[in-house]
Design a protein around this ligand. Structure first.
Ligand SMILES: NC(=O)c1ccc[n+]([C@@H]2O[C@H](COP(=O)([O-])OP(=O)(O)OC[C@H]3O[C@@H](n4cnc5c(N)ncnc54)[C@H](O)[C@@H]3O)[C@@H](O)[C@H]2O)c1
Length: 354
């Protein structure tokens, strides 16, 4: 069997999840690594026994036998690296957020279409079993018409450091970093309605809590730099109205004075509601009584298994032509929502999307 030869562009923290999933897939050969940081590259090459290493992705992409890549760089490199890979005839799994803005995202999809290659976006939360269970309930009509939803991803002290605080490389703070996950998950589960307007607000009050002595954060970048930059928002909130009349209320923070970190999505429908936080609880009327429903095999928001499911799907899409569950067009819509939320926060007015 000819194995799919895969390269990694950006061998930082999250690339470990991609690499470990590729290594477990018998139809994949982990073929080459690229990182602009030679120390990080050498450390990862040794850790995973990869011998083809590059500090320039164009050189790695010139390998004719390379079939596919994972783009795991900081956000500002997603668009140029993805477009270069697609133009070199490679398939691409690009980490979230798809790009810095919707314009870049559209250019990426154009490159995929022009070259007839797959561009999959790393909306990893779509691949969890919690998503699948919720999807089953939504599709069976259990909640009726879902007209309101909430997406919350709050960290008390959770700026990952490195480039995450540098707007020129990240595009923003918790809105673009964490918002992507929960806005996408709720929109996906609601049947991917089109956003028609966004009202957002962002705050830059606590920054990255530079004076706090912390013994551990929820997630940290592997990028270590002498000059710490933090010019991104630390709290973001938005109301997103969709074309089916439903509304999503969203909030996310890197730094916020709350008791503890919180991650949950909630749905409110005509027949029932649901909260996933990470346990799934549903609220409805049974035999004219108000009833709370819990599954006995409760699912968890834990990342265990999520990346393997995402990577295996990417491989199946390329090798078997399976339809992609997180295609480029969904990444573009997400970037349009994020652009509008930042624009609304800047102007103080609602942004209407065409
Ligand atoms: N799906 C998820 O749940 C999830 C979680 C964390 C991060 N991410 C995403 O993954 C991406 C990487 O995040 P991270 O936490 O691994 O960051 P990181 O700082 O740990 O690693 C990023 C790596 O990219 C490298 N890089 C930068 N520019 C490059 C270039 N031009 N060519 C090659 N390498 C380059 C850096 O040197 C660094 O090693 C981000 O887009 C982030 O949003 C996704």
């Amino acid at each position: 069997m000819n194995k799919l030869k895969v390269g990694i562009i950006g061998t930082g923290s999250i690339s470990n999840e991609h690499i470990q999933a590729y290594l477990k897939n018998p139809r994949v050969e982990l073929y080459a690594f690229c990182d602009i940081n030679p120390d990080q590259l050498a450390m990862m090459a040794e850790k995973y026994g990869v011998t083809r290493t590059f500090t320039d992705y164009n050189e790695m992409l010139a390998l004719p036998e390379l079939d596919a890549v994972s783009v795991c760089t900081w956000n500002s490199v997603h668009a140029p690296a993805t477009i270069a890979a697609l133009n070199a005839g490679k398939n691409v799994l690009c980490e979230k957020p798809m790009a810095l803005n919707a314009e870049q995202a559209r250019q990426m999809k154009e490159a995929a279409d022009k070259n007839g290659k797959l561009l999959m976006i790393g909306f990893v939360r779509r691949y969890g079993n919690d998503c699948k269970i919720m999807e089953d309930f939504v599709n069976s009509g259990y909640f009726g018409e879902i007209y309101y939803s909430k997406a919350t991803y709050l960290r008390r002290n959770g700026n990952p450091g490195g480039w995450f605080g540098d707007k020129s490389r990240s595009g923003g703070g918790p809105l673009i970093d964490l918002g992507v996950h929960v806005i996408d998950l709720t929109r996906y589960l609601m049947g991917k309605p089109r956003p028609v307007s966004v009202y957002g607000a962002t705050f830059q009050k606590l920054l990255n809590r530079p004076n706090i002595i912390s013994d551990g954060k929820a997630y940290t970048s592997s990028t270590r730099e002498e000059k710490v930059i933090c010019d991104v928002e630390d709290l973001a909130t938005a109301m997103i109205r969709y074309d089916n009349g439903s509304v999503l209320h969203f909030e996310a923070s890197f730094s916020l004075n709350i008791k503890k970190d919180e991650g949950k999505i909630e749905f409110f429908g005509t027949k029932g509601g649901a909260k996933l936080d990470p346990d799934l609880e549903m609220y409805s009327e049974i035999n004219n009584y108000m009833a709370d429903v819990k599954l006995t095999n409760e699912t968890s928001l834990s990342f265990d298994g999520l990346f393997a499911a995402e990577i295996n799907h990417y491989v199946d899409c390329i090798l078997d032509g399976v339809p992609c569950k997180s295609p480029a067009e969904d990444g573009i819509t997400l970037m349009e929502i994020l652009d509008a939320a930042y624009e609304s926060a800047r102007t103080g007015h609602e942004v209407i999307l065409s």
